[in-house]
Every structure is written in C-alpha cells, then in structure tokens.
Design a protein around this ligand. Structure first.
Ligand code: URA
Length: 213
C-alpha cells in the first residue's frame, strides 16, 4: 500500500481524543491501515497497567509480526535473559514498541528488518504517548534511539544520554536496544555490553521502587 498523506497524519488523530482505555486504544490501531507495507499484524503492547517498568523498543521484527507479540524473536530472547539476570519479571513488565508494524524488505524468502524513518516514528507517536499515559508505569525505559525519538520527539544520541532521564513527563531511563548487543562482533565486548545492559535494567528497576504515585 502506498504511504498516503492521510496515513501520514496518524490513525489516532482521527479518534485518539475519545480513547479512554488501553483496549479502546488497541482496537483503534488494529482497525487502522498500517502505514508500512504488508505486515501480518499490528503488534500491540503487552503487560499490566500500572507496571513498575514499561520498556519501549523500536518495532516488531519477523517473529513478533508472525506471533503478534512484542519481543519474542532473537532480541526478545536476549532481553528475557537480561531481565532475568536483573531480577525483573517479564510478566510484571509492560513491553511495547515505538512503531507497531514490522517494516521490512523482501530478499528472496527472507524478510529483512528496515529501520523506520523519523516520519514513520511520528506517525505512530500519538499512540505510544496515549499508551504510556494509560499504562502509567512508574518508570519508562527507552531501548535505543528510535524509542527516545518516539517518546520525546527529540533525537538524543544514546552514548550521550544513557541513564536516568525525564521522558515526556515520565520518570525515565535511556539504554541501548538489545538488538545492538546481538550485532556486536566481538564475544568479550558483547559480554561486557550485556552486563552494562543488565546494570541499566537494575538501575531503572531500583528507580521505580522510589517513585511515588
Ligand atoms: N525489536 C523491537 O524493538 N521490538 C520487538 O518487539 C522486537 C525486536
């Protein structure tokens, strides 16, 4: 489907103000035409309202698109290991993405992840903002630069801003995306980066224990 100007305005602009609950919000986006070509499902956020942590990724990948759930592919498995090592229960954590559909390029039979453009991130931004308002987590964790852009509207390099942050009115924490760790070629470097990621998750979790509602 071509990316039309109408879609560029964002599906939510046509009904976001009436949305009062997360399930109404999810129903709205599920009915909307995807901005991206040919994904299988919109991948909705998953986890409890009022969670201690809400983790925001970039976009669903191949596995997430097939299963209709966030963080179930290779990056999700690495995230699961990091959460377990940080002593955080996945089931008590809200997981979502900046962009709700898988963007890919077909190469033979394979579907290769393509990074969303800033315009595509903007297209989905209304939804993420409303979603985070409704989920009302204690701490929002931005996993990578696309998540930071989607939550705040500002591009902020992770190397410079990694750590605690105010994110669009939420107590927040900025860290790397787990897929970045998967791409590191050197084993030792990957191990060190994984431990740093686990430390970030622990610090975000400990922040969440001090937030008053
Ligand atoms: N990467 C993401 O950013 N989100 C997912 O759900 C899976 C991989």
């Amino acid at each position: 489907m071509p990316i039309t100007e109408e879609l560029r305005q964002g599906p939510g602009e046509r009904g976001a103000s009436e949305v009062r609950t997360l399930s109404e919000l999810n129903a709205l986006i599920s009915r909307a035409d995807p901005m991206l070509t040919a994904p299988t499902h919109p991948v909705l956020g998953e986890g409890p309202v009022g969670a201690e942590l809400a983790l925001v990724g970039e976009q669903p990948g191949h596995q997430e698109d097939l299963q209709g759930r966030p963080f179930v592919g290779p990056a999700g498995q690495l995230l699961d290991r990091a959460l377990a090592e940080a002593g955080i229960e996945r089931d008590r954590t809200y997981l979502t993405n900046a962009v709700k559909h898988f963007k890919f390029e077909e190469r033979g039979k394979r579907r290769i992840h393509k990074k969303p453009t800033a315009g595509e991130v903007r297209h989905y931004r209304w939804w993420l903002r409303r979603e985070l308002e409704l989920v009302h987590p204690r701490v929002v964790v931005a996993l990578g630069a696309t998540a930071v852009l989607a939550i705040t509207g500002d591009p902020r390099p992770i190397g410079q801003f990694r750590g605690p942050a105010e994110l669009d009115g939420h107590r927040g924490y900025i860290t790397v995306h787990p897929a970045y760790l998967l791409r590191l070629p050197d084993r030792e470097e990957r191990h060190r980066a994984f431990q740093e990621f686990v430390s970030d998750l622990k610090r975000a979790h400990s922040l969440s224990q001090h937030v008053k509602r």
